[in-house]
Each structure stands twice: as C-alpha cells, then as structure tokens.
Design a protein around this ligand. Structure first.
Ligand SMILES: Cc1cc2nc3c(=O)[nH]c(=O)nc-3n(C[C@H](O)[C@H](O)[C@H](O)COP(=O)(O)OP(=O)(O)OC[C@H]3O[C@@H](n4cnc5c(N)ncnc54)[C@H](O)[C@@H]3O)c2cc1C
Length: 391
C-alpha cells in the first residue's frame, strides 16, 4: 500500500485501537474523533519517520486468520455469571477460570465515563467487566504492559473486538506468544463514544455522572439501554440501540472491516447464538455462540465450567451477518450523520433520518400512559399531551 504521510492508515479508516499512539517513541501521533470516523494524525515536527506505526497498524496489514474447528452454543454453569452477562456468560466464565489458574485477563470496563481496558488478577473483580458495551472502547496504554507481562512469564488472556486483538498481536509481534491467549467478539460495528455522549446529553445526562451502563438486559423482549444513577428504564428499545442495531451509527472503518468474516484471528470467538433451536427459556437466560480455532482455545474451554452443546453451523452463520461481512450503512445512517454534523441533537437527528420508526415507537411508548389516562378520564383522548414521552 502506498503510504500517506499525513495519516497512519487510510483517511477515515482508523479503528481506534491506539496501537500507533502507544508504539510511537516520540508521542507524535494523536487520534481525532470526527464522530463518524477516527483519524490518526502525525505531527511531522516530532515524527522520526521510523515507519513503525504504519507497518504495525492492523488496518494496513492483517494478522493470520484461522478457520473455526469447533462450533458450540452454550453458557456458564454459574447462573449468576450467566445472568450478569450479555449472552451466555462465556467471557466471564473463561476469565474467572483463567485467573484461578494463575493468569491475568485484559478486557474492557466502563470507568469514570470512559470505556477502557484493565488487567484483572482477582476472580471477584471480573464481574465488573461483564456485559457488552456497544461503543468504541479505548485500549490506549495496554500494549506495553501486556508485552512486559508476557515477557515476565505471565499468561494473559485478552478479550476484545477483533481489531483490538489484531493490534495486540501486531504489537507483541510473536514474542512470548505461548503466554498470550485471545478471545474476540463477533462485532456488528462500534459508534464513537461522542455519539453516546450526545445521546445522553439529550436526556440531560453526562457519561461521567453514570456509575454503570448496561446496553442490553435479559428478560426484556425489546432490548434497551439502562444507566444507573439516573435510571432510564423505558422498557422498549431506545433510540441509541435502534441506531446501533440498524447499523446507522458506526465509525466509517467498521463498514469496511476486514475482520468481519468466518476465519478468525483469536483462539476463541464469542457471539450470540442467534437462530438457536433451544428452548425459549434458555434463550431468555442467554446463549453464547462459541467458535474455537486453536489448541489454546480448546485449553480455555477445558478449564471452563460451561454447558457446550452442538450448534447448527449453517444456521449460526446465516443468523449472524458479521460472520460473513461487515455491516452495511443504511441510507438513514448517512442522513443521521449529516444532521449530527449540522449540530442537531441525537434525538432530532434520529427523528429526521428514521421518522417512521421514531414515531411508531413514540406511539408505542405512549400506549401504556394513554390507557392509564383513558381509565382516569373515562376514555377522553384530550389529555394526550401528558403521555408524550420523548425517547
Ligand atoms: C461492540 C460489540 C458488537 C457486537 N456485535 C455482535 C454481533 O453482531 N453478533 C453477535 O453474535 N455478537 C456480537 N457481540 C458479542 C455479544 O454482544 C457478546 O459479547 C457475546 O455473545 C459474548 O457474550 P458473553 O455473555 O460471553 O459476554 P459479555 O457479557 O458480552 O462480555 C463480553 C466481554 O467483552 C468485553 N467487551 C464488552 N464490550 C466491549 C467493547 N466495546 N470493546 C472491547 N471489549 C468489550 C467485556 O469486557 C467482556 O470481557 C458484540 C459485542 C460488542 C461489544
């Protein structure tokens, strides 16, 4: 690939893995979040032209892919682990057994308004990392620590998005690889955290004020996001999750992701077992899709206390678009970002770009209020304004 000396990778294609920022010996690189794309910018006054950032960037050259050799659907046999997780709790289950066996786990947590990565060496702490955060997380600062731990003989399991695992593999570049275990997630794409901030701003909230944020909850048919401290519990899919699920809100690179495919780069890949034929009650408790690519992956499954059942591979692939290809931005996504860039709020941008869905869901949201008001007023609908609740 021909090198553009202004950016580390092609314009608007940065995945935000932060490898270049961490590897630069003179701190010449910064990442600019343009809300619909990230760019890594090089300060030429500082740059030594060593070319390491360009060479190691996982967007410029890929790591080795392997076909899954074992396919399962399953869950942690610890009910609290399963209940606390996004699907079957396999990530937390494997993490806690890995730590019990003397290793450390590097994964994403929500901390003081930021989605960052921590190293965990205590089983009791790992539950703080459970749950899928449908936002771009930031692995800044982990790579060097990871390299040192591996060099000191520590076994480390990293759990993250495929682009982040690829970055870690590039950074360690094969050294002490026998100590490095990896789990990637099937990934639909990730929005900039700035978009989440904008969404919360429309609700008079700031990410920094929030203790805990949960992007999906079990036993609620329509997924919604809940945030603790200021509790938002709308019981229907909210605008943030609509934009997310519909693929309207990711950064540009996600729509061209080279890691959204059947061949994987990690020892294990976890996703949701969409299309499972298992009972509704198991689905409500959460079922993970588990792909195992390597003998290290098998080792991780051997130590975990999990129910692992056969899965219909074709059905799993067909039910999970991102095991085949990256998400595609719908036309409403372009409109959404153009409204955001014109300074509109998240809520107004959604109304303008996806009006039918927004209006339908406002009405749905209104419905329980209307029934209550109707009962109180003996059927009159003149009080409709009391029921209007903006998402
Ligand atoms: C952004 C994103 C997109 C996803 N898209 C799909 C999809 O299209 N199809 C599908 O089948 N599954 C998808 N998943 C995976 C799914 O949500 C579950 O993570 C998976 O089923 C495993 O569930 P679990 O119960 O084992 O673990 P979970 O409770 O989900 O825990 C997952 C682990 O991943 C880490 N993690 C959570 N969020 C992030 C993040 N933003 N960045 C880095 N690490 C993170 C956590 O710290 C934890 O260690 C996605 C996950 C994420 C985070």
């Amino acid at each position: 690939m021909e090198r553009d000396f202004n950016f580390v990778c092609n314009k608007d294609m940065c995945a935000g893995c932060m490898l270049c920022v961490d590897i630069c010996p003179v701190q010449a690189i910064s990442v600019m979040d343009g809300i619909d794309s990230y760019n890594t910018v090089i300060n030429h006054d500082l740059c030594l032209n060593c070319g390491r950032c360009h060479k190691l960037c996982p967007q410029n050259s890929l790591v080795n892919f392997k076909e899954p050799v074992e396919w399962y659907q399953g869950w942690s046999l610890d009910p609290s682990v399963r209940a606390n997780s996004a699907s079957g709790g396999m990530a937390a289950e494997i993490s806690s057994k890995f730590i019990q066996n003397g290793g450390e786990v590097c994964t994403c947590v929500f901390d003081n308004g930021n989605f960052v990565f921590n190293f965990f060496d205590k089983v009791e702490d790992i539950s703080s990392a459970a749950g899928s955060k449908y936002v771009k997380s930031n692995p800044h600062g982990i790579y060097n620590v990871l390299q040192d731990k591996l060099a000191n003989g520590k076994k480390v399991l990293m759990i993250g998005l495929p682009c982040q695992i690829a970055a870690a593999k590039k950074y360690i570049n094969g050294s002490n690889e026998q100590n490095f275990y990896t789990i990637d997630l099937v990934c639909h794409g990730t929005p900039s955290p700035e978009l989440l901030r904008l969404y919360l701003k429309g609700k008079n909230m700031a990410l920094e004020d929030i203790n805990n944020i949960q992007f999906r909850e079990k036993n609620i048919v329509n997924e919604h996001m809940s945030v603790e401290k200021n509790i938002v519990n709308e019981k229907i899919k909210d605008l943030y999750m609509r934009a997310y699920d519909y693929g309207m809100s990711y950064t540009h690179n996600c729509y061209f992701c080279s890691y959204a495919r059947l061949e994987r780069i990690s020892d294990i890949t976890l996703g949701d077992s969409w299309g499972s034929e298992l009972s509704q009650s198991e689905k409500e408790k959460g079922i993970s899709l588990v792909l195992c690519q390597t003998t290290k992956g098998r080792e991780l499954l051997n130590i975990s206390n999990a129910e692992l059942l056969p899965v219909d591979v074709n059905r799993a692939i067909n039910s999970n678009l991102n095991l085949n290809k990256p998400s595609v931005m719908p036309p409403s996504g372009y409109k959404f970002f153009s409204e955001i860039k014109r300074g509109k709020s998240f809520q107004v941008a959604m109304l303008k770009s996806d009006p039918i869905w927004v209006i339908k869901h406002r009405i749905k949201n209104l419905f329980p209020c209307l029934i209550r008001i109707k009962k109180k007023c003996g059927g009159g609908v003149s009080t409709i304004q009391f029921g209007i609740k903006y998402l």
